[in-house]
Ligand binder design. Structure first.
Ligand SMILES: [Zn+2]
Length: 118
């Protein structure tokens, strides 16, 4: 009889531990892990996930990071700015292939030695 009562109690303890691991894993560690990955992918600081000290703060920070636009880093000064910028707001370096550059004039015709230009 004693063994019959101990076995369900042990099962309850195991199930309780599993539930604690699931709640901590899904509710606390998951948003921090996903948020850090998202922050690195979008060139934002992963320190935003320090809001994950509180589980609800972690989910809020993750949602905010999922909504913000990605940033790019200036190759000249290292400043961060939105991907829609074509000129660095800090050092005025121009970026992007879509920038209309100066149209190259047609290359000069090769000169044949001895030819006299009109
Ligand atoms: Zn710059």
């Amino acid at each position: 009889m004693l063994g019959y009562t101990r076995e369900p109690a042990g099962l309850h303890i195991v199930m309780g531990l599993v539930m604690i691991v699931l709640v901590i894993g899904l509710g606390w560690v998951l948003p921090i892990t996903l948020g850090v990955r998202l922050a690195n992918k979008k060139n934002h600081s992963a320190l935003w996930m320090l809001f994950g000290i509180h589980p609800v703060g972690g989910w809020i920070a993750f949602i905010v990071l999922a909504c913000v636009t990605p940033r790019v880093r200036c190759i000249n000064c290292g400043g961060f700015f939105g991907i829609h910028f074509r000129i660095c707001p800090y050092c005025q370096t121009t970026f992007g292939n879509e920038e209309p550059g100066p149209v190259n004039p047609s290359p000069p015709l090769p000169q044949i030695p001895g030819q006299i230009e009109p």
